[in-house]
Unconditional design. Structure first.
Length: 92
């Protein structure tokens, strides 16, 4: 009889700590979304991709601040970057 052991899905932040994703890639994913909110999922060199829009949807504070037109560009960048770091990528 085999036991099923659930495997934890790593966040982008987890992958960053393991050096599978770089700060530069996180910044590039953030910039791509800020440049075009309809951008396709961002592909990391590790083979993982993240749908930044979906990551934002999962982060209520980011979603709220990004919907507010008075949010400053710096705070927008911070919220998108935070959503990327906390987001769960898929491996392709």
């Amino acid at each position: 009889m085999s036991k099923f052991i659930a495997k934890e899905i790593p966040s982008v932040g987890d992958l960053r700590r393991k050096s599978e994703v770089t700060d530069e890639e996180i910044a590039a994913a953030t910039a791509a979304y800020l440049n075009d909110e309809g951008a396709p999922p961002f592909a990391f060199k590790s083979g993982h991709t993240i749908d930044v829009a979906k990551a934002i949807e999962m982060h209520p504070q980011a979603k709220k601040l990004l919907a507010d037109e008075t949010t400053t560009p710096g705070l927008r960048r911070t919220m998108v970057s935070t959503s990327v770091i906390l987001g769960f990528p898929v491996r392709v």
